[in-house]
Design a protein around this ligand. Structure first.
Ligand code: ATP
Length: 209
């Protein structure tokens, strides 16, 4: 029997927006994934600022945004830890949870490529899962040739093979936070229930980056 394919999608999701859910659905389709598990981060070791809203608010908005897609799941595994966790640890945990019998994909947007050399255990991560880079509006199509000398031909070819040509959805959480702080309408960038939640709980009203 073919191995199950599980796509993990980590991030701050502060807040989750349509860019996240559209590309995740397309990635699932292209990979042929059985599930996409959204894994909200406590606070990214590479982001200088903390999430603007609580873990609970971020998680609730993610639940609202993902409920209609049967393949989407949410995991609290990183939120439950006392420290921010590294992607490699999370991937290893999922591999064990699935009895080492599933192919694990870790999805990221093309904006994160230049940060990859700073990721903890990046070479192990590339070897132990399918690190799948998706296209992102405003960024060059993923290309890993410049990493050949550091990571070697095999890893670079693996990364290149796992690139996912998703639609360019020009939305970011930073833009949404800025617009909300300026009282602008962001409803077209969010699932309607997320827009409602933000409004009801008066989130992101203060000036943000
Ligand atoms: P911020 O603006 O706060 O950095 P963001 O919109 O990039 O937030 P994150 O929660 O940091 O959202 O993103 C989680 C993951 O989703 C990252 O790998 C990011 O590259 C990817 N991603 C976010 N938005 C998009 C998008 N519109 N298209 C493709 N990938 C995206």
């Amino acid at each position: 029997m073919a191995k199950r394919k599980i796509a993990l999608f980590g991030g701050t999701f502060d807040p989750i927006h349509l860019g996240h859910t559209i590309v995740a659905a397309e990635a699932a389709e292209q990979i042929g994934a059985d599930e996409v598990v959204f894994v909200p981060a406590k606070c990214s070791p590479l982001k200088e600022t903390l999430p603007r809203v609580s873990d609970e608010d971020r998680f609730k908005m993610m639940a609202l945004a993902t409920t209609e897609n049967k393949k989407f799941r949410l995991s609290r595994c990183e939120l439950k830890k006392s420290q921010p966790s590294y992607t490699l640890e999370t991937v290893r945990q999922f591999r064990a949870d699935y009895d080492f019998d599933a192919s694990i994909y870790w999805l990221i947007g093309a904006d994160s490529i230049d940060e990859l050399p700073l990721w903890y255990g990046i070479e192990k991560l590339i070897s132990e899962c399918n690190l799948s880079v998706m296209y992102r509006a405003g960024f060059e199509p993923p290309d890993f040739t410049k990493f050949k000398a550091t990571w070697g031909q095999y890893r670079v070819e693996k990364l290149q093979k796992n690139v996912i040509k998703t639609s360019l959805v020009d939305i970011s959480s930073t833009e949404i936070r800025k617009m909300l702080a300026n009282g602008a309408d962001v409803s077209e960038m969010l699932h309607p229930d997320v827009a409602k939640y933000i409004c009801e709980h008066q989130l992101y009203q203060a000036d943000a980056d």
